[in-house]
Design a protein around this ligand. Sequence first.
Ligand SMILES: Nc1ncnc2c1ncn2[C@@H]1O[C@H](COP(=O)(O)OP(=O)(O)OP(=O)(O)O)[C@@H](O)[C@H]1O
Length: 281
Amino acid sequence: MSGGRPGNGLEGSRVSFARGSRLVVDGVDITVPRGAVGALLGPNGAGKSTLLHLLAGVERPEVASLTLDGDDLVSLRRRERARRIALVEQDAQAPDALGVEHVVGLGRIPHQSAWGGDSTRDREVVARALEAADATAFAGRRYDELSGGERQRVNLARALAQEPELLLLDEPTNHLDIRAQLATLGLLRRLADDGLSVLAALHDLSLAASYADHVVVLANGVVVAAGDPSDVLTPPLIRAVWGVEASVLRHPSTGRPLLAFAPADADAPAAPEPAPAPEPA
Ligand SMILES: Nc1ncnc2c1ncn2[C@@H]1O[C@H](COP(=O)(O)OP(=O)(O)OP(=O)(O)O)[C@@H](O)[C@H]1O
């Protein structure tokens, strides 16, 4: 699905954004190499969605530099940006009563001329995107009548129909059952292996560790750690950022980190009373 253009992927340096007097993204350095899956992690309110919006051009950042395959993203024209970057938003909306195929077809607009309408290729790309996102079964239905998880797959299909070089996703596993979560992250992995740059905000640290090449941990708008999931997702870091106790296990088949959590000590429930010893027979 990627454009196949050579380059370094996304490279951002000192990306910042203020809401009123408060910096909600504060001097973030971020890199998503071409062909890599990056996971953006952090507690509620850390600035993940805001950062994705800045990278997608929905909001304009204060920035030292922000490039995609060497091209300055901030000065990129809107249409060119939409050809190269797709954002799957959390709980994205579509106009009422639109059919699913139509919604996915909206992803083709940046590639179409003003009077051209849908070409055979557009229709093929839409069909492939629906299939890749496992949404073909809903193709003939109305978007506003779908469940949350079904919509999430359609939103992904719409982004894939854009044939971007950089795919940004805000909690793409939200609403999805476990099979659909694994399918979505497996698809992102394969798309990256084909050359797409992927950055997804995720709350499930084990899923992030299973599928991402690197993770970026945000807290209060600042990057507090970044790198290989095995190096970054340590119990002290998780305690400091999320305020919970974590044990790092290993996935039995992949060897990737698998995290088990407990409330921080002060909040931990009292240990259960030991069971009374059985009476001797
Ligand atoms: N429209 C807005 N107006 C004012 N403040 C906002 C707005 N949107 C977000 N914020 C604030 O900006 C900060 C970053 O929010 P953001 O949505 O980027 O966090 P997040 O890491 O994506 O959180 P979550 O995991 O809860 O989705 C938060 O403090 C939030 O309250």
